[in-house]
Design a protein around this ligand. Structure first.
Ligand code: ZN
Length: 170
């Protein structure tokens, strides 16, 4: 049995709220806690599409194929999943590049796609990120607590600043 068979569960009219990689942060595939598609029961879903429907009481976490059927959109779910995969690949490459420690300043820097990214230890063990002319010292009012978090946030900051302009749909 799966939700496709259950009367009262809408088949159409679902909107995708986003795609997530449940394996993000796992160092090997054994470590990944795959999910099961909540709509069809398919197992080992790594890229989970969060689907919402106004006439259903909760969101569903599903795989790409179900996301397409539920939204009636056979283009964007795959596109969004691929965009996520590409972003994760870029992140992996970014993380692979070693940091250079500057003992005089106590900072860590690396060049990524022609841009210098620097992590600076602030007071009280918090971290700051310098990227181009931009500075980031906190996220949603929270200090950046450790190097690992700063490293990942620096990538997200870089991506946010260098986001390619999406073409306006005709
Ligand atoms: Zn499914």
């Amino acid at each position: 049995m799966n939700l496709w068979d259950v009367k009262g569960v809408p088949h159409r009219g679902w909107k995708c709220e986003g795609v997530i990689d449940v394996g993000d942060g796992a160092s090997s595939s054994d470590e990944i806690e795959y999910e099961q598609c909540e709509m069809c029961g398919n197992e080992k879903i790594r890229y989970v599409h969060i689907m919402k429907n106004e006439s259903y009481f909760r969101k569903l976490r599903v795989g790409c194929v179900c996301a397409e059927k539920m939204s009636g959109d056979y283009e964007n779910p795959r596109k969004n999943e691929n965009a996520l995969k590409n972003m994760l690949l870029r992140k992996k490459n970014y993380l692979k590049r070693p940091w250079k420690y500057n003992p005089a300043k106590g900072t860590y820097s690396k060049k990524y796609k022609g841009t210098y990214i620097t992590l600076v230890r602030g007071r009280y063990d918090s971290w700051g990120i310098y990227c181009d002319n931009y500075r980031l010292w906190q996220v949603r009012g929270q200090k950046i607590k450790d190097f690992k978090a700063a490293e990942v946030l620096a990538f997200e900051l870089y991506e946010l600043i260098h986001k390619r302009q999406e073409p306006i749909a005709a």
